[in-house]
Design a protein around this ligand. Structure first.
Ligand SMILES: [Zn+2]
Length: 76
């Protein structure tokens, strides 16, 4: 998806806008559990061919500690 190719339909019509209104209106994933105060900004990627949409973390530093963070389990 980030390379510009949709993983669902293989179209190259993938668009992203890191400064989109969506971001401005608060696309923060805020986990309010007591142990973890995580704030992760997400950037939307949308395929205009099939409509598939994906979110990617804006700053990978925000998720570097996720494997050691309570409640986050590796998907198997
Ligand atoms: Zn697509």
């Amino acid at each position: 998806m980030k390379s510009g190719k949709c993983p669902m339909c293989n179209s190259n019509e993938v668009y992203s806008n890191s400064e989109s209104e969506f971001r401005a209106s608060g696309d923060i994933v805020q986990l309010s559990d007591i142990d973890n105060e995580l704030q992760i900004y997400l950037i939307p990627y949308i395929c205009t061919n099939c409509g598939f949409a994906a979110m990617f973390v804006a700053d990978m530093d925000d998720v570097k500690d996720l494997p050691e963070t309570d409640g986050w389990k590796k998907v198997k």
